[in-house]
Design a protein around this ligand. Structure first.
Ligand code: KIV
Ligand code: ZN
Length: 518
């Protein structure tokens, strides 16, 4: 039985995909939970890509203990130094350097010859070893690269000090047999391959990310790169929970193990959805709402007679318990904070004060408060940026023969500002009134509402993506000096109009906070 190293890249490859961006506080929350999940390596970000990413990696390296903390770098001196600096505080640290080895990438993207790529690889790895002895080298687009050229590059990279060799299926192009054979080729043709471990990193463009990863393991790969809920570029990366549970459930065949605490899987998946506001599809393997639900009569009958008739793993093995009522109107602060910690939230005293008040307000309106309600009502501004504007009051009128109007009061720096506007509907009117107060015009790029739990008193969760035009503000410009900035906001309430208002304000606060730090 070999132990497979689980390399989590949720906060790097996952986070860089559209809609999944997180701020530093959110990344820290996620990183603490990944440590609780016991991943071996945590790729915390790409430090040279932005000052925000650099600071997030640095904060994770300082505060999160357990996994090896890894920073990504292109094969340039600036990137490698930035990664080395960002991970410095971690006890166990890794630099992950990458360069393309396929002809198409070298010719059109890098505009480099094979000789140049070979030289850059050796030099980059050698520089990275000045910051840590744990250096990973990736041949980007490996599955479309000529194997003979990769053998040469990888031999040189190992000689320069690389201890892990990653062969990514960057564009999700390979198929399981072919990928397995690629692994075999490295074992037979790279003389020093036993001085490093082979890693795989699969994208899911053809839906084969997990299958390809499993095939590579069967052919000798000992590290798998993956993300929670399978998030990542385009169709995503191979999903961590699927790989881990495949190895656990089919240990009889695969004869490998991982160090992952599988009982933390469900909580980790939920935390990611709640931080990003992007729900998991119901039929998603392992963590989808239907993954352990049996609908067909014959199946239900079988499971009732003997669970194993239709269940190959238990819900308990991923930490899934019944969606039970945990707290009510009489629950105290202690019980509330303990439950939040169990759900994976690490809240400061000030954050807990806000969250507890929201919970009490909800418990006054809703008889039964479920875990899902708690996660939704906590909102994305608890772990998120400081709030510039706070909602004090709103009022709307609407009807099928009246012009929808709204009045809003927002508080900023102890002062209350009020405005009124009309619109196509009550929410449009509310957003117009907010825009009038803030002087920032928002365009709604996406608006989603969902009922968190069942019944008529269910909490409604609203997620918005708003593009703000910051030209109306005195210190014009947002991130990178641009006048436009896009942000996600999410909020929940038993009143969906209120949730819509709070979600919009949350997106606005996010943009304003980001603007202050860039
Ligand atoms: O998909 C890819 O090739 C990557 C590399 C940076 C490892 O994400
Ligand atoms: Zn990738």
């Amino acid at each position: 039985m070999a132990k497979i190293t689980i390399f989590d890249t949720t906060l790097r490859d996952g986070e860089q995909s559209p809609g999944f961006s997180m701020n530093m506080e959110e990344k820290l929350q996620m990183a603490f939970q990944l440590a609780a999940l016991n991943v071996d390596v945590l790729e915390a970000g790409f430090p040279a890509s932005s000052p925000g990413d650099f600071e997030s990696v640095r904060a994770i390296a300082k505060k999160v203990h357990g996994p090896v903390i890894c920073g990504l770098a292109r094969m340039t001196e600036g990137d490698i130094r930035a990664a080395g600096e960002a991970i410095k505080a971690a006890k166990k640290r890794r630099i992950h350097v990458f360069i393309s080895t396929s002809d198409i990438h070298m010719k059109y993207k890098l505009r480099k010859t094979r000789k140049e790529v070979l030289e850059m690889s050796s030099a980059g790895v050698a520089l990275a070893t000045k910051f840590t002895k744990d250096v990973e080298f990736s041949c980007e687009d490996a599955t479309r690269s000529e194997p003979e050229f990769m053998y040469e590059v990888v031999t040189a990279a190992i000689k320069a000090g690389a201890t892990t060799i990653n062969l990514p299926d960057t564009v999700g192009y390979t198929v399981p047999d072919e990928y397995g054979r690629l692994m075999d080729g490295f074992f037979s043709n790279v003389p020093n391959i036993r001085d490093a471990i082979i890693s795989v990193h699969c994208h899911n463009d053809l839906g084969l990310g997990v299958a390809n990863s499993v095939s590579a393991i069967m052919h000798g790969a000992r590290q798998v790169e993956c993300t929670v809920n399978g998030i990542g570029e385009r169709a995503g990366n191979a999903s961590l929970e699927e790989i881990v549970m495949a190895i656990k459930t089919r240990g009889d065949f695969m004869r490998h193990t991982t160090g992952v605490r599988t009982k933390e899987i469900y909580k980790t998946s939920k935390l990611l959805s709640s931080l990003t506001g992007i729900p998991v599809q119901p039929n998603k393997a392992i963590v989808g709402a239907n993954a352990f639900a049996h609908e067909a009569g014959i199946h239900q009958d079988g499971v009732l007679k003997r669970r194993e008739t239709y269940e190959i793993m238990t819900p308990q093995s991923i930490g899934l318990s019944q969606n039970k009522m945990v707290l009510g109107k009489h629950s105290g602060r202690h019980a509330f904070s303990a439950r939040m910690a169990e759900l994976g939230f690490r809240l400061s005293k000030a954050q807990l004060d806000v969250a507890f008040k929201r919970f009490k307000d909800l418990a006054d309106k809703k008889k039964e408060v479920f875990d899902d309600d708690l996660e939704a009502v906590i909102g994305d501004d608890i772990a998120g940026p400081s709030r510039t504007y706070t909602l004090v009051y709103f009022h709307t009128t609407t009807g099928n023969s009246t012009v929808p109007t709204a009045t809003v009061k927002l508080e900023k720096n102890g002062e209350v500002h009020m405005s009124a506007a009309n619109g196509d509907g009550p929410i449009d009117a509310l957003y117009n009134a907010i825009d009038k107060i803030t002087g920032v015009k928002g365009r709604l790029a996406n608006y989603q509402v969902r009922a968190v739990t069942g019944d008529k008193d269910a909490v409604g969760e609203v997620t918005v993506q708003v593009e703000f035009d910051l030209r109306g503000r005195s210190k014009g410009g947002s991130k990178n000096g641009a006048n436009r900035a896009s942000a996600r906001g999410r909020a929940a309430s038993t009143d969906t109009v209120e949730a819509s208002t709070l979600a919009y304000i949350s997106a606005l606060n996010r943009v304003l906070a980001e603007r202050r730090t860039t």
